[in-house]
Design a protein around this ligand. Sequence first.
Ligand code: UDP
Length: 370
Amino acid sequence: MKPYDYLIVGTGLFGAAFACLATRQGKRCLAIDRRPHTGGNLHCDCINGINVHRYGPHIFHTSDREVWDFVNSFVPFNNFINTPIAVAPDGKRYNLPFNMNTFRQLWGVTTADEAREVLSKQRHIYDGEPRNLEEQALSLVGDDIYRLLIKGYTEKQWGRPCAQLPAFIIKRLPLRFTFDNNYFNDLYQGVPVGGYNKLIDGMLQGVDMELGADFFANRKHYRSLARKVVFTGQIDEFFDYRFGKLDYRTVRFDTRVIDTPDFQGNAVINYTSGDVPYTRIIEHKHFECLGNAVNDNPSTVVSYEYSTEWRPGMEPFYPVNDRRNNEIYLRYKALADAETDVIFGGRLAEYKYYDMSPLIREVLDMFKTQ
Ligand code: UDP
């Protein structure tokens, strides 16, 4: 008789949500994590009273009412709306996502018809579907936006020329013909009041936990503890890299405390020039200190983000879903599908660029069908 029903490897959002729902069904769960804290890349550090998104900004957005109610059952979410600003290679500031404010700043146009007319002259037309991110961007938004707001940022973030990146990455950016700077189109949006640790801690209530615990260092022992494993780590590592290593991008953060109540007046400012080494600057207090409340704290915490290629020993952030990596992944996936007592889930195990809401939707569905 094994002491646990599930061993959950990784306490990020997938692992925590799975552990929560399994525990509610009366299953015994042990969740382990390599890092000394729970939450994976959602983990926050509290610095000078400010919840710092240590592994990059996370803004929860969804149109899925059940997902929204689920996360709000652990901690109330505030009404933060992501309205990032871009500092472009011409030194000017533009609103994101691409909307009437951006078009006015770029071309002086003030109506949707005028904007559509300029765009129609700028857009490239290709025979058939765009074959890569560059063609996708040029066919959607044309030369000016591609040159000023996309090319430099994307090549910094992914470390590859746009012409070698998959088109779907850029489909995430909406194009709007209203004066609306909301980055997302979803019905619900916000961050947990008091930080993401409250969400993860809430989900992990009643779950046994081991932190600083490396599954791979003691695989036999851990597998002997539970009937089933829920694995949320890197799928190539799980299968001992037998088909080769998958590529990931990672992000390095230079986090500074600054003696001013407000450094940049916005949570997220992207630097879209290839000549600026960082991709964006995050000012963490703006996620939770909305309106004039920013002035209540005389200091602020900012993180400069540098995107680099992942190497062993670093934290992997983004799967690189280009053709070569997707082919390798599919070979690992065939092995994963053949495993009867291991469930693979989340960004790293499914090698997929996931947002938080679809990931929770997937876990909710798993428990509906069980
Ligand atoms: N992107 C861009 N310019 C920007 C912001 C984003 O070209 O100022 C592109 C870039 O290719 C990026 C993609 O849009 O990979 C998706 O960006 P998003 O901010 O949605 O990605 P996330 O931060 O969630 O990874």
